[in-house]
Design a protein. Sequence first.
Length: 704
Amino acid sequence: MHPIHWPLPFVFPLFWELFGQNAAETPRGFQLDHDTVLARQVAGSPEALPVREGMGGQSVARPPAQLGDATHSTRCRGQLAGRWLDLACFMQCEGPHFQDGWAVFRTKVEENARLHYRVDMALFESANQVIEESLQQGTGLIVGRSRFMDRLRHETNEDSTLQGFCLYGIVAAAFIRARHFLEAEVLRAVGLAPGEAVQLAHEGFELAMDLLSDLHSNAKMELSFLDSSSWPIRAEDILLNLQLQKETPGHPFRLISADKAARPDALSVAPPSSLGTSGGRGGRLLKLCGVGDHLSATLDIVMMAEAAIRLQDASSVVSEHIFLGRFCPRHHGQRHQCQQRCQWLGLGCGSELEAQMDPMDPIELWLSTIFDPVTLEELPFDLTQARSSLASAVHTDPRLNADLILCSHPSILCLLLAEVSNQPIFAHASSALLYGLPCSGCGAGSTLRFFSVGPGNAAFSYLTSVQQLLQRRGKFALVAEGRFLQEQIAYQVGVLPSWAPPLALYAPLGTARARSGAVLALRSRFFSTLMGEHWCALFRELALGAGLEVSLLGFQEQWLSLESIAGYRAAVLLPNDLHQRTFHELFRMAMPLFLPDALGMYRLQRAANWGYASYGGRLPGMVSRHPFPPWWCTYRALPETVLYWQQFADWEQAHVQRFGSLPQLVLDLSELDLAEVSSKMMEKHAEVHQWALQVLSQEIARLL
């Protein structure tokens, strides 16, 4: 075997050194942006593309019309998951602007991937040559990476502007090389000492990850759309092996298996054995009071409770509905709740749509001391004082003496209310238990707010009270809105509550029957991230190429009523959380739903964290049947943790369409029988509806 020559300084330190060079050393027409670690084109340079702000330099939530015309972008045929699809040529590194050697190299990598990346010395040498040639370009590596992002964002739609630069090919080469450095037979063949090889492996995985990342971000996947190309390398495998080398240098190479994660018990919604009415209360007149800070969640639990009461006693009549809480936030991103308040409750219509605090609403006033009315940020408060002020409201406002108080969000309101009220309270918990509880400094540098729970502190007092409420039951019942929250509560306080999903009874049943027209990509916090902007741009490019009309909610439209949404042929949902009401609204409407697969969800939550998983802390001495805690820092958690827990999420439901890549999504939207999908969703919803009401009926019957 020919000896392999290592460039000095070695490849990976050189990559970092390039970021430290001054602007005079970058190619003509470019300057190095030290804030974004990308080369930017200098305005007026003949080589320059239009100057942009770069990564993180401006708001990324731009209307798609400003992303450029993608109708003439070149596409190449390629195989993904055994299907021939139209792929973007610049990601494949195919076409007249790329050397033929890239396609040859990719084919070899694909063959090696099918063999789980076993040692292949010929491929190792090819990967080494790719890296050496790439690093000889000097700052061209940075410029090429910047040009790739320009092309991805539609700053340009000409593949020629990449000048043959193949980002994913270089990533694949770095990964292949790093993987080989972990094998003894490779070390013997190239004459490397084990310690040196381990360091090279670490640096190789780090290079592969850095090439896909905005180096100033925590998500580290802003350019990672490998899944939408034929390059078989997965960002999750790079990340896993990089972390393993950081924790245990020399750790054997590993691949993630999304199909072999420990799975929870399947959701069972078999019809209950008895659904007959009891007729045992002789036609009571009941007053229901719904409280909370989320209108649709509060309205839904009131409607579900009324239906559950009728299930137990058809002669009982709800004579009055009372709603207390913050249902028209001043936060700019929640103004649609003001419109819904007018539509559903007939309140705040017309000129009063501007959010104003109701001085006569004790729950809204109390919530304003827990969450900032404008930013919705959690506020510092004293738990004892919060209990006392809520107790005062309960004892002075007759509306809180209703026959049944119904609460959903936030859970802390429901639980503290149960402590201080003598009225029956039913909570359909729709937030993490610890959401809203002050936690000074515990979330610094992390998306996870982890509470130190011990005798004498507020978190211990609060969780102990929750435990006692759930054990004692009495005039309080709590049902979690999903399986993840159910398991999280059990992990925290040692009591497993019942669970039942939201039914979104306010949504028009089975109305999504459009079979033509546009596809709606629903509003998502992911879209306000850099990776989300790239996702939208690539989706739009591929959809236009397939003749598929796409509308992005939050771009073309800021808010749509459910009736308007029903006019779209299908919806793409990139979830904001493990439990999300939007999912249940659209499932009830029989709107065909398309969501990312398990690994796609992992990448999504790295860019935009899930709230339920962002609050951690448990009582001392609790035991669990789960391999991982049900909370994590979104950019530190390895895929195995997130893959396990997302199986308890809302979207683990029959007849939800999952896509592993954007080309697959576009093809499925074009070819699937959406009428059949809608029909099956309606059948499934009927089962879930019946089962969920039975769960609530049994709990509420005990309270009344």
